[in-house]
Design a protein around this ligand. Structure first.
Ligand code: NAD
Length: 319
């Protein structure tokens, strides 16, 4: 797992270790990994921009699948477009190359950011116009196409999902446009109020992390002959607005107060993304189905963050 110290990796690694055995899952990242990931299984520092180090890690550990999560997310990427292009594109090329040479499968997450203002924003189809206006989105579309190319040209088993905004009680998000939906829980519990950087009516797709890691693993375990799209399946679990999430939080934390101080950059990014994805291809081809809706996710987030003893990345079981 590359980028394992991030929001998804810190949940995916424990999930994979529980499923396949702790010693069979190598957690890697450029930065220091969280304690539980280093205590429970193999780990190493790894920069995806260093192809030799990547090859060494793969030849030492000999994985069947590389879950490639290392990337710079939307808002952070806008601050340094050329670095984000290098991390998101060169890093992916190095991973695809090492997988091709050493015979591993690859999981590559795309995003709702792969769509843009000219894509249909409601029931956004699996296949439609994709002309994103962010550098992050540009790298995500290019990554989808490159993954398709490696499959058709070299027969590499590369698969991927277009994740929506992800909500989790563990590691905080790394600087995306949907981070408000995680921050709100922390502030609601610590201060009873939250100032949101998006407009109250900004509707976007979201998913709770236990569904997201399960989706990634179910896709990688699916029968490859049934996958028509392989890369970049639309997947979603719920549609949320800041206003609606604020009301859901208030049902658990009475008196919770929501204010707004709109950040023009992140609002512009959010306004260019789908309001609701059509994920029927994922449902039909490999049986995708979310367990958590807004109510179940909110209840679980409040409970998880109220239990200070909850180890990072642990969620209990989906309902
Ligand atoms: P994150 O920012 O929390 O974590 C990314 C990790 O990558 C970080 O720990 C960072 O240290 C690491 N990294 C950065 N540059 C690296 C490099 N050169 N070499 C090795 N590691 C490096 O991101 P995340 O939320 O865990 O996202 C993982 C993947 O999922 C990304 O491709 C992201 O675009 C995608 N995704 C995330 C979301 C979301 O809401 N979190 C939504 C859609 C798609």
């Amino acid at each position: 797992v590359t980028g394992a110290a991030g929001q998804i990796g810190s949940a995916l690694v424990p999930f994979l270790r529980e499923r396949y055995g702790a010693d069979r899952v190598l957690a890697t990242d450029l930065r220091a990994l969280p304690g539980p990931l280093t205590a429970e299984g193999p780990h190493r520092r790894l920069d995806c921009l260093d192809p030799e180090a990547l090859d060494e890690a793969v030849s030492d550990h000999r994985p069947q699948v590389i879950y490639h999560l290392a990337a710079l997310l939307s808002a952070v990427a806008e601050e340094d477009p050329s670095r984000s292009y290098r991390v998101n594109m060169d890093g992916l090329v190095h991973v695809l190359e090492v997988a091709r040479e050493r015979g591993c499968a690859v999981f590559v997450p795309s995003s709702i950011a792969a769509f843009g203002p000219t894509s249909p924003r409601d029931e956004t189809p699996q296949e439609t116009i994709q002309r994103p206006t962010t550098i992050y989105g540009v790298t995500k579309v290019a990554g989808e196409l490159l993954s398709d190319y490696y499959h058709s040209r070299y027969g590499l088993d590369v698969r991927g999902l277009r994740f929506p905004g992800l909500i989790s009680p563990g590691t905080l998000p790394g600087g995306g446009t949907t981070d408000y939906a995680v921050e709100i829980f922390h502030r609601a519990l610590s201060e009873g109020r939250y100032t949101c950087f998006l407009r109250p009516d900004t509707q976007l797709d979201f998913m709770y992390m236990p569904d997201a890691v399960r989706a990634a693993v179910e896709l990688m375990e699916a029968d490859g002959t049934k996958l028509a799209y392989r890369n970049a399946y639309n997947v979603t679990a719920m549609q949320i607005t800041p206003e609606g999430l604020g009301e859901a939080v208030r049902r658990h934390i009475p008196g919770f107060r929501m204010d707004y101080d709109v950040d023009p950059l992140r609002q512009r990014i959010a306004d260019s993304w789908p309001r609701r994805l059509d994920d029927s291809a994922a449902r039909a081809e490999w049986g995708w189905e979310p367990f958590y809706d807004l109510e179940a996710m909110t209840a679980h987030m409040v409970e998880a963050l109220s239990e200070t003893a909850l180890p990072e990345g642990r969620y209990g079981h989906a309902p």
